[in-house]
Unconditional design. Structure first.
Length: 193
């Protein structure tokens, strides 16, 4: 009788473990895939650039006023000669950006070298962010096609960037996509097997 109770409890324990494993393993895989697909979105936080620039401008204005008052110069004479420009956001526009990384290819003439590109896409409408995230793989493929036929010596940021920008803008049909910049180029020597 004692043996059968022990066997029954072992069976219940095994059933519980298998149920937990059947649930935990797929959840871990799905979580890993979601993290892997969205890791480049986490690198850039939109909106931080605007706030830091405004704070720096306000701080510098306050420091200038303190220096003028400490020097003992008459404020009226300074107001006549210096006209302050109003600070406006329309002069400098800040765009949302998104980083697309993981673009790897080998040049035609150098199979022993592998290049890795990271692109920065600048856009003015936040609704374009989700479309860019959905089409990341398409962006990677188009970029590889543009650069794949170039020789190693011809791959320069100045020459490649306009071609890549034009190709990617064709994908999005110029929908609020402002610019495409090459953020990073890494060159790695590949050992032959």
């Amino acid at each position: 009788m004692a043996e059968s109770n022990r066997d029954a409890s072992r069976r219940k324990y095994r059933k519980r473990i298998t149920v937990v494993l059947y649930i935990a393993i797929p959840l871990a895989v799905v979580g890993g895939v979601i993290y892997y697909n969205n890791r480049d979105v986490v690198l850039i936080k939109p909106g931080n650039q605007v706030a830091s620039v405004k704070v720096k401008q306000i701080d510098s204005i306050g420091e200038d006023n303190k220096q003028i008052r400490a020097s003992g110069v008459d404020d009226r004479s300074l107001n006549d000669s210096i006209k302050a420009e109003p600070v406006s956001d329309s002069k400098k526009k800040f765009y949302d950006s998104l980083r697309v990384s993981g673009i790897e290819f080998r040049p035609v003439d150098r199979p022993d070298v592998e290049l890795r590109l990271t692109l920065m896409l600048f856009f003015s409408d936040n609704s374009l962010r989700s479309e860019i995230l959905l089409r990341r793989e398409e962006i990677r493929v188009i970029t590889r096609k543009v650069i794949h036929n170039l020789e190693f010596g011809a791959i320069r940021k100045e020459t490649v960037e306009p071609q890549v920008c034009f190709a990617i803008k064709k994908i999005f049909e110029n929908k609020n996509l402002v610019d495409v910049k090459i953020a990073d180029i890494q060159i790695e020597k590949v050992q032959k097997p």
